[in-house]
Write a protein that binds this ligand. Sequence first.
Ligand code: EPZ
Length: 419
Amino acid sequence: MDQLVISGGRQLKGTIPIYGAKNATLPILAGCLLASEPVTLENVPDLEDIRTMLELLNYLGAETRHLGSGRLYVDPRGFRGWDAPYELVRKMRASFLILAPVLAVQGRSRVSLPGGCAIGSRPIDLHLKGLRALGAKIRMGYGFIEVQAEKLKGEEVYLDYPSVGATENLVMAACLAEGKTVITNCAQEPEVVDLANFLNSLGAKVRGAGSDRIEIEGVAALGGHPGYRIIGDRIEAGTYLAAAAVTGGEIELVGVDPAHLRPVLAKLRELGAELAETDTTIKIRRSRRLNSVDITTLPYPGFPTDLQPIFTAVCSLAGGVSVIRETVFENRFRFTSELARMGANIKIEGNVALVYGVSTLYGTEVTAFDLRGGAALVVAALAARGTTKISCLHHLDRGYADLEQKLRAVGAEITRVTA
Ligand code: EPZ
């Protein structure tokens, strides 16, 4: 089993390239199934989750080919399948994003139920409420879901919660439906906007993405695209900003839009970091002592839940008490037990973590329980005294490409070993 071995206490200095956003690439790959001509994507990150989604597209009959340097060719013309197998869906809940595009094109779609995961139960009721409103017949089987519709019809859909996945599935379903669909109280994340921009580049008519109301005028068919560039990964960027904040030093991120990180940059300034930005870069330096901050996670444009574990790790070394409130998922503090083994002093009360800052964390053996919890341990280890060994790296490999190479390039002492 691989381990990351990190000797902490080194200041990070230099430049880190930010790759394409995992959570934009996944819905956009699902959206390729709606195209009637080949699509080439640019800035595609090389991640385990992306490889799983490509396996799924291949299983359904679409051809995919890596063209090198982040470019990916997808030819949907062989796409005939409609049944996503359990062994693929269980590997990644985002497989559920193919439910609607498969339904829209094949008239039926069958996906194993994604089930919960380490951070919460992850229900799908809002996805189904929306598809039902557009005319789909839904059959729940044992461990799978099947939806059917000769032709989806546009309708108004209110989302009880601005679910990212439900918004993405419904936007894709509505693109080829008859008439107009209006989704209200929808997710406003940049990845939703990127999906809408991608679909519009194929000929779809999606308006209002990035607001709480999206209107989609159904069209007969979508074309292809010779080179659609995926946005930079704001969560990857926020992770490296946190690493710079917690170790001190000065790094520059290249390939991310700071407008996608407003609440995160605000909290970094409150923590005591100094920031400078252009349209595609963010510079951070931190020389003063870390101040405690209060964070509440919210749907975009609020503070992103995916960066909550990583910033909780930073706060564990900040002077004073930080109050971290997790409102999006019900079980996203598991990693704090591993932080405590490094000397962090954190008290969990329901969906609130009270983080009593300590002066030093100590390296030890720790385990990643999920993707962002694992990233929190990396950030803590970079600042800890001594050596930390992190196991269960498959979680990290789902969301961070070239993690150790990027950190080593800015001065971190980090290696991946096979235990
Ligand atoms: C997306 O997951 C992201 N994944 C998650 O990132 C991210 O944490 C999450 O959005 C919130 O920003 C991808 O984009 C692939 P949701 P998703 O539906 O779409 C409730 C990572 O680390 N809900 O917005 O599954 C749900 O229980 C991952 O990269 C319903 O109640 O998130 C949760 O409390 C982790 N009914 C809340 O909404 C539904 O039908 C947010 O879930 C759907 C969701």
